[in-house]
Design a protein around this ligand. Structure first.
Ligand code: AHR
Length: 522
């Protein structure tokens, strides 16, 4: 699957020696600021994400509201800033009123999306209470599949109006005196997909999204809204969908969504390792389409992107099958390898590189369902391999992304064409007037070690604090916490700094983080 192609500006060398690459940055060349909401996640009523995931009243660590303390602790350690809820495909058949009020009076329903039984023990107030206790921003989705603008406006009234109206007074009588103040709302979910309850054409969706946006904003003008873009880059309607939807909603929404999942097909490791490059192509296409609509409408407003579902997902192995209806079945419980961890790190690098336009990101999902955290019913919660690159990036990224010129060998991939062996992003944050903290995240997608010269004129006096890597191996899925720890970043060869160049050694098929501090000596 992997054939080397020569590249003029970098030394591609022979196949055994290390390849070489360069990255050039300068403190004056800033690409954009990083929105903390880029480090979001997703909790859907799907499989064991809610029931047996964040919520398990019988669990030894459960709090007074029935939410697992061990999962809450790992969520904090992961560094999550925002949580999208309640779906996903689930939301397109959801009646939110079923999930408020006395729990013992709530109905059980058939969840149309995942053929499960939904008992509604967790609903809007329980989730928003958990989000508040976890100190994460909620991002709520409304149902534009089986329902419409009235139920959406009612939900905003329930969550955001302080009192004195029917829905806000219902919330108060349900024991929640203060409004939840939900600022960020998704106008439906993946409405372009044939699998979606109430799938729509772009014109139909654009019309209902615009009307829902008006009604929701009439209730609370301070909210931010996300219009549904495409559920994948390979949807036949991609591009035309965004164009039509944004023409109908441009002045009424703030973001357009995109969803992106990647997996390894067969033995094609090279294409899988290039997932970040595919994501960047997708992001750039959505930006181009949104900006084309901006031009066509003679608008001064810019629509940014909400990557509100992304991850490694072995979707091709999933089938709904003919299971019996049941509550919280084990669905989509992918178990990850060290290679998957490197690819998750690669996707995060690509998101950060586009932080000027991608303002929101939600790794799908938080627990059990294609997730960095897994649980055993009544037992332990544990970190999958993919936990580590997310936690490290969320903890160490700076507030600004620098323009970086990268010169590296390329590899020809079957699915994405020629792709750079090096994916890298460099971020910076001022500590005080004289000191800047630098964090670089780097992926060597190639099979050879990569020696990288990071040229940082302007950050002349640089001191490396830490350099660690995750290396992919051939072991495959890591089925428990002990073996998943193989993806914990480990110290690599010591970086060497001289004449405003820091030289790093990246192992083959690896993700790395460099942390440094620069002191202005002028
Ligand atoms: O995250 C799993 C599913 O993927 C979501 O429900 C849906 O929006 C997407 O297709």
């Amino acid at each position: 699957m992997r054939a080397r192609v020569p590249e003029s500006s970098a030394d591609s060398g022979d196949n055994d020696a290390a390849a070489r690459a360069t990255i050039t940055v300068h403190p004056d060349f800033v690409r954009g600021t990083v929105d903390p909401r880029l480090f979001g996640t997703f909790v859907e009523h799907l499989g064991r994400c809610v029931y047996g995931g964040i919520y398990e009243p019988e669990h030894a660590t459960a709090d007074a509201e029935g939410f697992r303390g061990d999962v809450g602790e790992l969520t904090r350690e992961l560094g999550v800033t925002l949580v999208r809820y309640p779906g996903g495909n689930f939301v397109s058949g959801y009646r939110w009123e079923d999930g408020v009020g006395p729990v013992d009076q709530r109905p059980s329903r058939v969840d149309l999306a995942w053929r499960s039984i939904e008992p509604n023990h967790v609903g809007t107030d329980e989730f928003l209470g958990w989000a508040r206790r976890q100190n994460v921003q909620p991002m709520m989705a409304i149902n534009l599949g089986s329902r419409g603008l009235q139920s959406a406006a009612n939900l905003v009234e329930y969550t955001n109006v302080s009192g004195g109206t029917a829905w806000s007074d219902l919330r108060r009588s349900n024991g929640v005196a203060e409004p939840h103040g939900v600022k960020l709302w998704c106008l439906g979910n993946e409405m372009d997909g044939p699998w979606q309850t109430g799938q729509k054409t772009a014109s139909e969706y654009g019309a209902i999204a615009a009307e829902a946006a008006k009604a929701m904003r009439a209730v609370d003008p301070s909210i931010e809204l996300v219009a549904c873009g495409s559920s994948g880059r390979d949807m036949p309607t991609f591009g035309a969908w965004e164009s039509t939807v944004l023409e109908r909603t441009y002045d009424l929404v703030d973001y357009v969504s995109l969803h992106a999942y990647y997996e390894q097909f067969g033995d094609d490791r090279a294409s899988f390792l290039a997932s970040g490059a595919a994501l960047e192509g997708f992001i750039e296409d959505v930006v181009a389409t949104a900006d084309a609509v901006k031009g066509k409408l003679h608008s001064k407003k810019t629509i940014n992107l909400s990557l509100d579902e992304w991850n490694v997902w072995y979707l091709s192995r999933f089938s709904m099958g003919t299971r019996e209806l049941s509550h919280a079945p084990e669905l989509l419980e992918d178990t990850y390898s060290t290679l998957d961890a490197v690819v998750v790190g690669d996707l995060l690098v690509s998101m950060l590189k586009h932080a000027d336009r991608v303002r929101i990101g939600c790794q799908a999902q938080l627990v059990n369902v294609i997730a960095p955290i897994r649980t055993q019913r009544g037992g332990a919660a544990w970190r999958q391999t993919t936990f580590f690159p997310f936690a490290e990036t969320a903890a160490h990224h700076g507030s600004q992304v620098l323009h970086a010129t990268v010169s590296a060998p390329q590899t020809e991939t079957a699915r994405h064409g020629p792709v750079s062996d090096l994916n890298a992003v460099v971020t910076a944050s001022a500590i005080d007037e004289d000191r800047t903290s630098i964090a670089a995240f780097l992926v060597n997608r190639g099979r050879r070690p990569l020696v990288v010269d990071l040229r940082h004129a302007g950050f002349d006096n640089l001191r490396v604090l830490d350099f660690r890597s995750i290396e992919a191996d051939d072991v495959g899925a890591r089925t428990d916490e002990a073996s998943a720890r193989a993806a914990m970043p480990r110290p690599g060869a010591k970086p060497v700094t001289a004449d405003a160049v820091t030289t790093l050694q990246l192992p083959p098929e690896s993700w790395s983080v460099l942390r440094a501090e620069a002191v202005d000596s002028t």
